[in-house]
Design a binder for this molecule. Sequence first.
Ligand SMILES: C[S@@+](CC[C@H](N)C(=O)[O-])C[C@H]1O[C@@H](n2cnc3c(N)ncnc32)[C@H](O)[C@@H]1O
Length: 350
Amino acid sequence: MTEIANDSAEKMDLRAALIEKIGGYMTAHAIGVVAELGIADLIKDEPRAGHELAAESGTHEPSLRRLLRTLTAVGLFTEPEPGHFALTDVGSQLRSDSPDSLRAFSRMFCHPILLRAWQGLGHSVTTGERAFDHVHGKNFYSYVADQGDANRLFNEAMSEESRIAAGQLAAGYDFSHAKKVIDLGGGDGTLLAAVLSTQPHLRGVVFDSASGVAEAPDALKRAGVADRCEALAGDFFQDIPEDGDLYIIKSVFQDWSDEDSRALLRSCRSQMPDSATLLIVGSVLPETASTDQPIMFFTDLNMLVNTGGRERTESEFRVMLQETGFDVRSVRLGAAGPLSIIEAVPAAAL
Ligand SMILES: C[S@@+](CC[C@H](N)C(=O)[O-])C[C@H]1O[C@@H](n2cnc3c(N)ncnc32)[C@H](O)[C@@H]1O
């Protein structure tokens, strides 16, 4: 047998590295189907035979087995004996009953609505326009608001995404000086419920559009904080509650262009009391790209495609806040899960 020349082995590695990345869209489709079918809920804690899983999920056994084998190859399942599948720790996050569930998140981000929008990435890169609107004929939030199931799924996905950051913010930020916290664009209230649960002295308002806040009353009740927290529908570019002393905005600015983000900050600045504090919770991009946290850059691209917004660096946040009448008090990188916390106060009040 001839030995493979070193340079050929290197070339094979390089080819494999690129080809594996190209397969990323196949992985996303495969995860979307498995999440949609609820396969992880059928497997739970013990390995299950492929034919049982196929019967219970109403699928074609040989094809389901090929799907599960492929996701075994990328670490979501194991195949302890031929044709039997168990969940890994990564795959277990597809279980609906897991407190760390990302099933709704997986179903949303692998949903045809978003996959179709991503097919327009080239359009966005060529024109700078939102591919979502180009493909679906409306902007993301208007489109999703009209689709009951997708709207519920989006709100649930955001709630799942928020859990770790919510827990870390609740445990790590000093809320002792606040009395009333307003979460702007707060979705179903997951973040505020986590904060109020650990801070019995606080009252709160989850503020979002009518479709965004739709699930909040139930979620706040389930969390046992409904007596201290109100869910309010409105447009944060127009009217926000004026009686808070702490305003939180999590994972919102990345949805918006610089112009819209400045408009939102001005809306906050003109309506929040001078003595109030603003907490921006979200990704803060490093000044240069590297392989350290690719997800941040994918999220940025996701915003280019779907909402027309963008992720920002610390210096970009600082400039935007300064232009709209805020002083930055602190920037804590990675203080809320993978997300960062920027604390700002109305400029005159510093
Ligand atoms: C990416 S989600 C983040 C939700 C939540 N803060 C979280 O981190 O889970 C952005 C939120 O902004 C809300 N939103 C969008 N436009 C809005 C508007 N004009 N007024 C109020 N909320 C709005 C959406 O409904 C959505 O809940």
